[in-house]
Design a protein around this ligand. Structure first.
Ligand code: NAP
Ligand code: G4F
Length: 322
């Protein structure tokens, strides 16, 4: 039985990846940081099937301890300060966790158990002000936020440890992926939750930022399978993962509101407070390498994804007000 450590197991992707690995028969160890309240909402249904250990990407000795204790076959580094706007308010923290945290983890693996296979959660935000359309593994990076800059560092340190120390270390360059477990601050969930609140009479408007920016949105449950596949190959390589289709935030609003019989024009208010100092206007992937070499395909399309998120939020809120 293989042992996998997931950092960021309490996050959206961590919870889906844990389910995916448990279904494949792995021993799953989740690293969580200490907090004053429990953050296990997304994993409470599988808590009895996994091992939880405390550790923090800020703290080298906690990472050494985790690797020494479990000597894992695979490590999936999903932990990060992952919200782009926060990276302008907390640029140093973002760099410490999202960039240097990766070096700390790679060092722990290199020194203690170099045969461990390592997955780094890289991001399409690294393409930023895109140099070509669509974006593939060979597209140059031009990050537009402290988060994007931190992810570029994390990407290259992963490549560097692979080339310097012969580690099986790979980087998955994932485009936006969403689900009913997405944090409430990200635009898809902000909209699905906002639509549900308006439909149930709990809110009158939804305040958003730039409606014209375009993203390649897929379903998180599909994307974690690609992470696993990247660690099962003969040689370590990086992959772009996305749907190859792009939509605007405005289209997302139209779809989500019309799903419950409403017109978004009656409720969406554009609020400059949600504009970013520098925007990523357009992201769209070329996932052909993953389709060919990983035999990976997204199963859930954009419309099904947004309907699923709105339906889940309606269900959850209806239970709360019952
Ligand atoms: P998420 O829901 O924000 O989860 C982030 C996780 O990191 C949480 O479990 C969080 O723990 C943990 N964490 C934060 N700081 C930490 C620290 N100092 N030490 C240890 N753990 C820490 O993010 P996600 O959407 O699942 O994304 C997973 C990863 O993929 C992230 O690295 C993200 O940047 C990257 N990514 C995401 C997407 C996407 O569209 N979702 C696309 C490309 C790349 P708490 O629960 O305690 O906060
Ligand atoms: O949902 P978002 O906050 O996601 P963003 O910035 O693309 O980042 C997410 O995807 C990355 C992969 O590309 C990950 F690496 C990262 O960790 C994160 O998961 O914003 C999407 C777009 C932006 O252009 C933003 O300006 O939606 C636009 N937007 C418009 N109004 C808004 C809002 N975004 C948010 N969060 N809130 C708004 O009110």
């Amino acid at each position: 039985m293989s042992t996998a450590i997931i950092t960021g197991i309490t996050g959206q992707d961590g919870s889906y990846l844990a389910e995916c690995l448990l279904a494949k028969g792995y021993d799953v160890v989740g690293m969580v940081r200490r907090s004053s309240t429990v953050t296990f909402q997304r994993i409470k249904h599988i808590q009895d099937d996994i091992t939880i250990i405390q550790g923090d990407l800020h703290d080298q000795s906690s990472l050494v301890d985790v690797i020494e204790r479990y000597r894992p076959d695979e490590v999936y580094n999903l932990a990060a300060q992952s919200f782009v706007p926060t990276s302008w308010n907390q640029p140093v923290l973002t760099g410490e966790v999202t960039a240097l945290g990766v070096t700390r983890l790679l060092e722990a693996i290199r020194l203690i158990n170099p045969q461990t296979r390592f997955y780094q959660a890289s991001s399409s935000e690294m393409f930023g002000k895109v140099r070509e359309v669509p974006q593939s593994e060979s597209t140059p990076f031009y990050p537009r936020s402290p988060y994007g800059v931190a992810k570029v560092y994390a990407h290259w340190i992963t490549v560097n440890y692979r080339e310097s120390y012969d580690l099986y270390a790979v980087s998955g360059i994932l485009f936006n992926h969403e689900s009913p477990r997405r944090g409430l601050e990200f635009v898809t969930r902000k909209i699905s939750y906002g639509v549900a609140r308006i439909k149930l009479g709990l809110s009158k408007e939804l305040r958003l930022g730039n409606l014209e920016s375009r993203r390649d949105w897929g379903f998180a449950g599909d994307y974690v399978e690609a992470m696993r596949l990247m660690l099962q190959r003969g040689a370590p390589e990086d992959f772009v993962i996305g749907t190859g289709v792009t939509h605007s935030v405005r289209e997302l609003c139209e779809l989500a509101f019309s799903h419950v019989g409403l017109d978004y024009n009656d409720f969406v208010v554009q609020d400059p407070n949600f504009y970013r100092p520098a925007e990523v206007d357009l992201l769209v992937s070329d996932p052909s390498k993953a389709v060919k070499d990983l035999e990976w395909q997204p199963k859930i399309g954009f419309e099904e994804l947004i309907h699923m998120m709105v339906d889940e939020d309606l269900k959850r809120l209806a239970l709360e007000i019952d």
